[in-house]
Design a protein around this ligand. Structure first.
Ligand code: BGC
Ligand code: BGC
Length: 707
């Protein structure tokens, strides 16, 4: 090796070290600057930094604001007033969010951009020293609140791809899409290592292997934030929901992990995603609603109150020993979840004297929460119907937080720490908004297609039914919801709970195209010569095994968070009360599903029997947020009654195109790396669906057929 080359290599490695060292201190590097800004701030300005109100909490009426935004004739003054944006100036607010909704009839790019720009104007008036207003959004699988956005597979499908580089590239584009709509903060990725599939957020988890969650979590954060030369050029990311959100007893959302083991063992499972996110310099961490061993700890271990082992503060101060021998310490800021501080106080009040609002907020801030997410006016304490409303407006919380500080419940040092952490993140953020949205969406569609193909798992393929021979197919019989984009995309799609049907996937704005195709539309395009039938068409007797195929679809109805929990008889959780066979969620007044599985309905099952008897192949596609029991119910069991079955999870807008390619052999299962293999075990019976899947699995993690 020449001297010159040696010198070059030495320089390169030196250079690499410097970048790594600098990058490790991305936020700390901004601390002195942040502290200087802090010195010049009034107390009110400092308090305002800690508040993160939802847009619809600011608005007087949840309907008035979107209507004003959609009205081209509304003046800036009318808009600011209808949306309550003047409070941003009044309370010196440094961050706002758009919650899950639905809020807008037409949540378009133009509407979001307009609202965020007006909010930024108010922020400049109220907090001229603050470098940036943070605007947050749940872009959890694409810029997914936006009508006409390209939607990617949910995390469970990305887990199936086992493709970290693909996840990183997707996150870069989702970050840019988010910035294009005026959101510079994304509440993703979820780093739950989900244990019990009854949990309604299972699909937000990449999988059940901590190492997979670590790798894909690192990739997602690094793509979203897209750090260049020490600056975050994408939106800031959020590692959520710290920690053990996927380990609650019975899979109850926001429940108790009932975990009594060691901190180290707990971290080695549920902390792995955070190790990955911290390696990628994640700017924010969102605390979970769940608790660790709450029952034994007097309802005081809710994560918004710091959690068992004072885990939130520990990660921020001394740090935590990682599974890889490294020490992980967090220098960004911690944000609470939706009304997290007050919700945690409801549980606390079951065994403790009721706290006042200033006391509740102080408890959360002292437990390590730097910024409080205020979702909606706090509803009454579900455990005490006679309770007062804790707050109605952002102003109520502002006053209570200031009172807490003035009464000494929050120390000057703690306020300094929280505010400077937030400012340091803002100083590190230099977002590069993309200019060409049409090109961005074209790039997104290409990646969403790749991801969708790699996210499918072939669970059954008897007699090599797949791939179908496109030259032979003359007749396709569709059974079930094969033409429904809502089901194909799941929860957190446009609306919080998602929706059924095909509305929202095209946009009134010309240049916008989600590229959405249903399975039925995709196959029709790919096989224009084929005759298409539905169940009610009673297709002719001339159909034969050689020239026909039945494509059956079964799907979970979309859901998000606790709305997707599956009830069970062991659980006497406080949020639920037992009411005969089906439980009622006392908080929502809604009954729960109790069976984690899908069946063909009777008409479909009968027709399938008839086609099968004639040798016509039955290919079933399953849209679901998680593995489900599919082998229950005799003739209505999708797995036993199909010749081939694809678990498609929630593949996104390009899912229909991807499925049709996979059915016809244009994409071959398992042709890319370890793609098309399960990241969760698959159950045979409901008895197997327990917290840790103790009873084995019908298909283990890693299963997936090639074709
Ligand atoms: C969810 C979070 C989400 C937040 C804002 C919460 O209820 O748990 O995942 O980021 O709302 O929509
Ligand atoms: C969700 C929000 C959603 C809200 C609707 C919350 O729990 O996290 O994103 O908008 O409920 O009421």
């Amino acid at each position: 090796m020449s001297k010159k080359m040696v010198r070059c290599i030495t320089l390169l490695s030196l250079c690499h070290c410097t970048i790594a060292a600098q990058a490790l201190d991305l936020y700390q590097a901004q601390q002195a600057h942040a502290a200087a800004i802090y010195q010049r701030m009034t107390l009110d300005e400092k308090i305002g930094q800690l508040l993160l109100p939802n847009y619809m909490l600011l608005a007087d009426s949840a309907a008035g604001c979107p209507a004003a935004v959609a009205n081209p004739a509304a003046t800036t003054a009318q808009l600011s007033s209808a949306c309550g944006l003047t409070q941003i100036a009044q309370y010196h607010i440094g961050a706002v969010l758009m919650g899950g909704g639905p809020y807008f009839d037409t949540p378009t790019l133009a509407h979001f951009t307009k609202l965020n720009a007006l909010a930024a104007d108010q922020h400049r008036l109220g907090s001229p020293q603050d470098p940036l207003l943070l605007t947050g959004n749940d872009a959890v699988h694409g810029n997914s609140h936006l009508q006409g956005a390209v939607i990617f597979p949910h995390n469970i499908g990305l887990g199936v791809t086992h493709n970290a580089e693909l996840v990183r590239r997707i996150a870069v584009l989702v970050g840019q899409d988010s910035l294009a709509s005026g959101f510079n903060w994304v509440y993703a990725p979820t780093l739950a290592v989900a244990q019990d599939l009854r949990w309604g957020r299972s699909y937000e988890s990449f999988g059940q292997q901590p190492s997979l969650v670590k790798n894909l979590g690192r990739a997602a954060v690094s793509g979203l934030q897209n750090i260049h030369q020490g600056a975050i050029t994408g939106p800031i990311a959020t590692a959520k929901h710290f920690i053990g959100d996927g380990a609650t007893q019975y899979g109850f959302d926001e429940g108790d992990d009932a975990y009594t083991g060691s901190q180290q063992a707990f971290w080695h499972i549920h902390g792995q995603g955070y190790e990955g996110a911290l390696q990628a310099h994640v700017a924010t961490i969102m605390t979970s609603y769940s608790a660790i061993d709450d029952a034994h700890s007097g309802n005081d271990t809710q994560m918004h109150f710091g959690g068992k082992w004072n885990l939130v503060n520990r990660l921020k101060t001394t740090g935590i020993n990682g599974s890889d021998g490294r020490r992980y310490r967090f220098s960004g800021f911690v944000v609470s979840d939706w009304n997290g501080a007050t919700r945690a106080a409801f549980f606390y009040s079951l065994l403790h004297p009721t706290l006042s609002l200033p006391e509740i907020l102080a408890k959360s801030i002292n437990a390590g929460v730097d910024m409080l997410m205020l979702g909606a006016s706090e509803v009454r304490n579900p455990f005490n119907p006679h309770s007062e409303l804790l707050f109605r407006t952002t102003g109520d919380v502002f006053v209570a937080l200031k009172t807490a500080y003035q009464q000494g419940l929050i120390s000057p040092a703690r306020l300094h720490d929280a505010v400077t952490r937030i400012l340091a993140v803002k100083l590190a953020l230099q977002p590069q908004t993309p200019q060409d949205y049409t090109q961005l969406q074209a790039d997104e569609r290409a990646l969403a297609y790749q991801a969708a193909t790699q996210s499918l798992v072939l669970l059954k393929n008897t007699h090599a039914t797949l791939p179908l021979d496109r030259h032979k197919i003359r007749h396709i019989i569709f059974i079930g919801p094969s033409d429904d984009l809502g089901l194909q995309n799941g929860g957190w799609t446009v609306n919080w709970q998602g929706q059924k049907g095909n509305a929202y996937f095209s946009s009134p704005e010309d240049q916008i195209s989600s590229g959405a195709l249903t399975l039925e539309q995709g196959l029709k395009r790919a096989l224009p010569q084929a005759q298409v039938y539905h169940l009610e068409d009673r297709p002719s007797e001339a159909l034969t095994a050689d020239n026909s195929v039945v494509i059956a679809t079964v799907a979970e109805v979309p859901y998000a968070e606790y709305m997707g929990d599956i009830g069970n008889s062991e659980a006497l959780d406080l949020w639920y009360q037992q009411g005969g066979a089906s439980q009622t969620n006392t908080y929502l007044g809604l009954p729960q599903n109790t069976f984690l599985g899908l069946h063909f309905d009777t008409a479909a099952a009968t027709a399938i029997q008839q086609w099968r008897a004639r040798g016509i192949p039955i290919v079933t596609v399953v849209y679901s947020g998680r593995p489900l029991v599919l082998s229950d119910g005799g003739l209505t069991a999708p797995l036993t009654q199909s010749d081939a079955l694809i678990a498609a999870f929630l593949p996104g807008t390009l899912g229909g195109k991807a499925l049709s390619a996979a059915l016809l052999g244009d994409y071959r299962f398992r042709s890319v790396g370890s793609a098309n293999t399960l990241s969760f075990p698959w159950p045979a019976t409901m008895a197997q669906v327990t917290e840790h899947f103790v009873n084995g699995a019908l298909f283990p993690i890693g299963y997936g057929l090639a074709d």
